[in-house]
Write a protein that binds this ligand. Structure first.
Ligand code: GLN
Length: 304
């Protein structure tokens, strides 16, 4: 299949729609001032072929897409013990919701809502993993130095009252082992990782290669079994309370972030990253989802 011409076609179809609907995340200035009329798409195949179109080289705030990578690290360090602290069910609630935590004694529904990602950050801190380690992991995965946007990280910390509440609430149930401040420092930084579609499509490619490193023969990033499980969680929980709809209309495991990025996986074949900053009501990139719909329609790729 000529993926480059498929991506070029999608770029041509999406571009006239830029800026028409949706709104950029505006809870912090670093995201609010991102120009809305941008769209990028990139893919990386199992064999290492890359294709991209539009603003695929423009870095953006990966936000909750980072939850996919911290989950991968936590599964590596903890194996099945991770699931004593974090569930695997879709939440059906907004990503920053507090309501289920009380009923579930401080155990978050899944690793992809904020509470779950904060619990994962706590597990990583317990393993001596900090923000430098996470950045090294991301840089190794995409083969290029990536950085934190420190302004975004500082704003996340200054305005993250709900995340602070989530962390303290879980701590009150004895489900956070480390100092809340230290755990949140890692969480706020992971949200502020600055990467492009091209870098993210490549970084996630271990998910279409049974856990092998995206582009070279070094030791595997994770096991085949963990890869299957991460993909399952992306399908059921990766796009917040819209995960059912996304499975229905796109049919690929996806993880989105409020920076407008979405990583999608065609298991055993390729990873894909789309980005456009305007979001729908659930916090998913509106045109990013539209582009993924076009991609599956044009290629016939689906896990079903
Ligand atoms: N920084 C955002 C938060 O913690 C990330 C949320 C997201 O991308 N869904 O609320």
């Amino acid at each position: 299949m000529n993926f480059q011409s498929v991506l070029d076609e999608i770029d041509r179809e999406i571009r006239p729609l830029l800026g028409a609907e949706g709104a950029v995340a505006c809870y912090i200035p670093g995201l609010a001032r991102v120009p809305v009329a941008q769209f990028g798409i990139a893919l990386h195949t199992r064999e290492g072929v890359e294709a991209c179109a539009g603003d695929a080289a423009t870095p953006f705030s990966i936000q909750s897409v980072s939850k996919l990578f911290t989950l991968t690290l936590a599964m590596r360090y903890l194996g099945d013990a991770l699931w004593e602290r974090i569930g695997r069910e879709p939440s059906g609630n907004p990503f920053n919701s507090l309501v289920q935590l009380e009923h579930e004694q401080g155990k978050p529904r899944n690793p992809f809502i904020n509470a779950g990602a904060i619990a994962i950050a706590d597990r990583l801190v317990s393993r001596g993993q900090g923000k430098a380690d996470l950045l090294a992991f991301m840089s190794d995965l995409c083969g290029e130095a990536v950085r934190y946007d420190e302004e975004v990280a500082a704003s996340e910390a200054a305005t993250g009252f709900r995340n602070i509440a989530l962390a303290n609430f879980m701590k009150s149930f004895g489900k956070i082992d480390n100092a809340v401040g230290e755990v949140l420092a890692l969480y706020f930084h992971q949200c502020a990782i600055h990467m492009s579609c091209r870098q993210l499509a490549r970084a996630a490619a271990f998910l279409c290669r049974d856990g092998a490193h995206p582009f070279d023969g070094r030791p595997e990033i994770t096991t085949e079994r963990h890869t299957h499980r991460i993909n399952a969680l992306m399908l059921t929980c990766g796009t917040y309370d819209a995960a059912g709809d996304v499975a229905f209309s796109i049919g690929l495991p996806c993880k989105s972030g409020v920076g407008g990025g979405i990583v999608a996986v065609v298991p055993d074949q390729l990873t894909l990253c789309v980005w456009s900053p305007a979001l729908d009501a659930s916090g998913n990139s509106l045109l990013g989802l539209k582009a993924l719909e076009l991609f599956v329609a044009k290629t016939g790729l689906s896990i079903f």
